[in-house]
Write a protein that binds this ligand. Structure first.
Ligand SMILES: Nc1ncnc2c1ncn2[C@@H]1O[C@H](COP(=O)(O)OP(=O)(O)OP(=O)(O)O)[C@@H](O)[C@H]1O
Ligand SMILES: [Mg+2]
Length: 407
């Protein structure tokens, strides 16, 4: 709908006010009339004018003194003011223009000239409006650009991070390879040196063996993390997988005094996995639970396998119910202290650990994440301070095309 220009006539002389009103309306403008300064300011509170025709001599306040107030009420929009007055001296014209009047017409005046000046002022206002709209559009574009810039910066940082990780993976693989042989020699020779007659020597040799074994464990973890090799997937039953893992871990949990409860639901389909890699994932999770439970009262681990969804697993002692979802879910839960807040955000990044030096390399979950996502699955964690932690490995029953083939 076309905006109808609205003009406020502030004039106490009824004849002039009526004449000006008639010609303006004939020209298609809407008009409002005020015969005092107070009236004009009151009308300006509620009406958005496009122009004011203002008489200097008003009964209450001189028109020239309300210019600023009228313009302020228009806010950021340009409100042109055309002053009509019998005061025709040069000093009067200067005073009016300095007070904020945009144009000036001495009484008596020609109607044609009044209309020409009104049109000229409205043209200036239209140009000002266009400039304001262009500025607003520019500001909006600027905001959008700022947001896009932020996103770009974040993506760039992620890119740098992932290329750093890729480079790190290569370095790690190389270092692990180089360290393997010397470590094997150290271990082999140290084992040959054992047993020793002197107890002091015996202790030293035992320390060498222990330290070399620890170094070998770290090197193996690094090598696993860095491994980009192909997967050898085969169909297996989730229960078989669990049994293989428990063969390796049951005794250790028992000797740590940790109770183990295993529940496998009966409706589990076969899964298409690289068995040693999935074993590694579950072992990493069980290691974490075992470590977290050290020194806890009534330590317990729940290992549950159900059909379900890729969603956070329930915390212990709640048992996951088989929900018939599109995933086979391996839930490893413990009633330990929960995962510390400051590592939760970065858990799947390599080298994030809260363990003392030499006790953990911070690779367990990073490795697990790589393997599980390589199977088209997800890892989800639910943890609560002083209640425990539950980790779900959700593997798709129907693996996506890209991960389902023999690699
Ligand atoms: N079940 C859990 N309970 C409490 N904290 C956990 C649990 N699992 C993981 N965490 C926290 O997450 C951190 C990272 O775990 P991750 O397995 O990646 O490395 P790590 O266990 O420290 O070392 P690594 O596995 O390489 O020996 C741990 O140091 C620990 O703070
Ligand atoms: Mg670990």
């Amino acid at each position: 709908m076309q905006h109808q220009v609205c003009i406020l006539i502030v004039e106490d002389d009824p004849t002039i006010a009526s004449l000006v009103g008639i010609v303006l309306r004939e020209a298609g403008y809407r008009t409002l009339h005020a015969d005092t300064a107070a009236d004009a300011l009151r009308l300006a509170e509620t009406n958005p004018f496009d122009l004011v025709v203002l008489d200097w001599m008003l009964p209450d306040t001189p028109g020239v003194q309300i210019c600023t107030a009228l313009k302020e009420r228009a806010g950021r929009r340009f409100l042109p003011i055309l002053m009509l007055t019998a005061k025709g001296e040069l000093s009067d014209r200067v005073t009016a223009l300095d007070a904020g009047v945009d144009d000036y017409l001495s009484k008596p005046f020609y109607i044609e000239e009044l209309m020409a000046r009104v049109r000229a002022l409205l043209r200036i206002r239209a140009a000002e409006n266009e400039r304001d709209a262009a500025m607003a559009a520019l500001e909006a574009q600027n905001d959008a650009l700022r947001v896009a810039n932020e996103q770009l910066r974040t993506m760039q940082a992620q890119l740098v991070q992932s290329s750093k990780l890729a480079a790190l993976g290569e370095i790690v693989a190389g270092v692990a390879h180089e360290l393997n042989n010397p470590l094997a020699i150290i271990l082999g020779n140290a084992e040959l040196l054992s047993p020793q007659h002197d107890p002091e020597d015996q202790r030293s040799v035992a320390q060498i063996i222990e330290s070399a074994k620890r170094a070998r464990r770290v090197v193996q973890s690094l090598a696993t993390f860095a491994r980009r090799g192909p997967m050898a997937k085969e169909w297996t039953s989730p229960t078989d997988l669990i049994e293989r893992v428990l063969d390796l871990k049951r005794a250790a949990l028992r000797s740590s005094g940790i109770a183990l409860e295993v529940v496998c639901s009966s409706d589990l389909p076969m899964i298409w996995v690289d068995i040693p890699q999935m074993q590694q994932v579950l072992l990493n999770l069980l290691h974490n639970a075992e470590y977290a439970l050290a020194g806890m009262p009534a330590p317990q681990v729940w290992l549950t396998v159900v059909r379900g969804h890729a969603e956070k697993p329930p915390l212990p002692p709640a048992q996951a119910a088989s929900a018939g979802g599109a995933f086979v879910c391996f839930d490893v839960a413990d009633n330990g202290p929960g995962i510390p807040d400051h590592v939760i955000e970065r858990l799947f990044q390599p080298f994030v650990t809260t363990r003392p030096p030499g006790r953990g390399s911070g690779l367990g979950l990073a490795i697990a994440y790589g393997i599980v996502t390589g199977h088209g699955g997800q890892i989800l964690i639910n943890t609560q301070a002083a209640q425990g932690t539950a980790v779900r490995v959700a593997l798709p029953v129907d693996p996506p095309e890209s991960v389902s083939g023999q690699e």
